[in-house]
Design a protein. Structure first.
Length: 171
C-alpha cells in the first residue's frame, strides 16, 4: 500500500503537505484529519485484505524474528556462553526449522526469483512474506497463535498508523 501511496504523492504533492507525505511514507501514519474507520471501505475488500496480509506477513514476521533472536542471545548470555555465532541462523532454525541459506534457496525456487548476492528491499519484503507462509505451513495452530501474540505484544502502533485499523478492528 505504501508503494502505491508513494506513487500517488508525486502526482498530488501540491495538494498534500510535505509533513503529511513524509509521515505516511516514513512512519506509515496518515494525516490527522484522515478517518481511519473508513480505510476498509476506501480501499475495498481485496486491497484491504492485502493490507492485513502485509501487516501480519511482513511487519509481524519481522518483529517475531527480532524477538526470537533476542531470546536466543539472552539464553546464551545467561548460560555463560557469551557471544553467539550467527544468531540469525539460530533464529531461522528455531522458527522455520532450516538455515537462512536453505530457506532462501527454497524461496528462489518457489517464486522463480533469481538468487543474487544483492538483496533488494522488495526481495526482502517478498522473502519475509514467503517465510510467514512457510512458517504457517510447517507449524501447528497453537504455535502460530502463540508466536503471533508474542510479536503483537511488542509492536507499538500509533493512533494514526496505517496499521491501526488492523489492530483496533475499525470499520
Amino acid at each position: 500500500m505504501l508503494l502505491l501511496a508513494e506513487r500517488l504523492m508525486v502526482e498530488l504533492q501540491d495538494l498534500i503537505s510535505f509533513t503529511d507525505i513524509e509521515n505516511l511514507l516514513f512512519n506509515s501514519e496518515f494525516p490527522e484529519d484522515f478517518d481511519l474507520s473508513t480505510l476498509k471501505s476506501e480501499l475495498g475488500v481485496t486491497k484491504y485484505r492485502g493490507h492485513v496480509n502485509f501487516f501480519y506477513g511482513v511487519i509481524v514476521e519481522e518483529k517475531l524474528q527480532y524477538i526470537v533472536e533476542q531470546e536466543i542471545e539472552k539464553r546464551y548470555y545467561s548460560n555463560g556462553i557469551g557471544d553467539i555465532n550467527n544468531p540469525s541462523n539460530k533464529t531461522f532454525q528455531k522458527l522455520y526449522k532450516a538455515t537462512f541459506d536453505n530457506l532462501y534457496i527454497k524461496f528462489c525456487i518457489d517464486t522463480s526469483v533469481t538468487k543474487t548476492k544483492m538483496f533488494y528491499f522488495n526481495d526482502y519484503i517478498k522473502f519475509t512474506y514467503w517465510l510467514f507462509k512457510y512458517r504457517i505451513n510447517i507449524s501447528d495452530g497453537a504455535k502460530i497463535a502463540s508466536d503471533t501474540k508474542k510479536a503483537l505484544k511488542h509492536i507499538t502502533i500509533k493512533p494514526q498508523s496505517c496499521f491501526a485499523p488492523v489492530l483496533f478492528q475499525l470499520g
